[in-house]
Write a protein that binds this ligand. Structure first.
Ligand SMILES: *Cc1c(COP(=O)(O)O)cnc(C)c1O
Length: 350
């Protein structure tokens, strides 16, 4: 301990259900592995569940999976100019928004005698990555002469930075743009990637998916939820991951610190509610291991706070003995950090 238990069969099940659901209207899925540090066994569970591609924002994660011989086409979600040569060597498809970066990719693709496939991301209001719609025609004109790049599609990303929902209007706009670009440049765009785990509501309510034929899905496969309202998706399992950490102190103490109040370990001046004397426990898990605010104990315990290496909980009526494990469910942020922590063991079950 601490350890994270990972149910591979649950991840495979979630991927399977989502591939079937989205597949009904011709939408293929990229399984997104960035929240799990590109863990090859998890990517492989997604592939057994039917995803066509594995997508990650980190080149290093893709390299890790390639080294493990994960059998997939790899998609890089975030492309940096400084990594252009490795991108061309290790990645099948990259998402792009900058001419300079594409020039570099083309240069290295030519050097290594390759054709590198690209998806152009379009800015549709969330204000993270994307080429503004009114610049995209000129943009494409500039890159069509790059002989070692092949534009295979368009994409957009919503509900990540600005919290903008992928709705009918946005999806229709992206579809129309795909059609317009194909016509104007006599291109065949085989992929229109409409978004991520936030696209579930749109998909359930739309009558026409239009040209949208791909989504890049991480959280729904891993945690069983859509991400506009964080509702569980029917038939999916939300418990693929469980974090278990050890009780290292268990005592009755006052609920109010005593002495003169100054700053805590992170520069905040803490405030506490007086609940009298109560049963408290310390868990050997801290901010260095995982985002504590995204953890929820699997029974009626309350997290009171944490420092780098200690979590303080109100253990209520549970008699938590020193040495026992306490289980937590994780949200996306906690999963991301826990999977990245070298202190948390990764244990695969089934
Ligand atoms: C992280 C990411 C995704 C996956 O998002 P989820 O909400 O986990 O489905 C999709 N596309 C891009 C560009 C991303 O960065």
């Amino acid at each position: 301990m601490p350890r994270i238990e990972i149910a591979l069969s649950t991840i495979q099940h979630n991927a399977r259900v989502l591939c079937e659901l989205y597949g009904k209207q011709g939408i293929s899925l990229m399984g997104v592995s960035k929240a799990v540090l590109g863990e090859p066994l998890i990517a492989e569970a997604m592939i057994r569940g039917g995803v066509k591609f594995i997508a990650d924002s980190r080149l290093e994660n893709i390299q890790r999976m390639k080294k493990a011989r994960t059998p997939a086409q790899f998609v890089l979600l975030r492309t940096a100019l400084s990594q252009a040569e490795s991108v061309v060597k290790d990645v099948d498809i990259s998402l792009n928004t900058e001419i300079e970066t594409l020039n570099k990719l083309n240069y290295y693709a030519s050097l290594h005698n390759k054709i590198h496939q690209i998806i152009l991301m379009v800015e549709m209001g969330d204000l993270r990555e994307g080429i503004p719609v009114d610049e995209i025609f000129l943009f494409i004109k500039k890159i069509l002469c790059l002989a070692h790049l092949k534009i295979i599609g368009l994409g957009c990303n919503l509900a990540c930075y600005g919290g903008i929902k992928p709705d009918e209007q946005k999806m229709q706009q992206l579809s129309a743009l795909t059609n317009a670009i194909e016509q104007k440049f006599d291109l065949n765009l085989s992929i229109t990637s409409g978004g991520n785990s936030a696209n579930y509501e749109w998909y359930k309510s739309t009558k026409q998916v239009g040209r949208i034929n791909n989504l890049r899905i991480g959280e729904s496969i891993l945690l069983g939820r859509e991400t506009v309202n964080r509702q569980a998706i029917p038939q999916l399992d939300t418990n693929a991951f469980k974090l278990i950490a050890e009780v290292i102190e268990s005592k009755v103490k006052p609920s109010l610190p005593f002495g003169e109040i100054g700053q805590d370990a992170f520069g905040n001046i803490p405030r506490f509610k007086d609940r009298g004397m109560h049963q408290r426990a310390i868990i050997a898990l801290g901010k260095q291991d995982a985002l504590i605010s995204g953890l929820s104990p699997d029974r009626d315990l309350e997290i009171l706070g944490s420092s780098s290496d200690h979590m303080v909980i109100d253990s209520k009526n549970f008699d938590l003995k020193v040495g026992v494990g306490v289980n937590f469910n994780l949200d996306y942020g906690s999963l991301l950090t826990a999977m990245t922590s070298p202190f948390i063991k990764k244990q695969f079950i089934n």
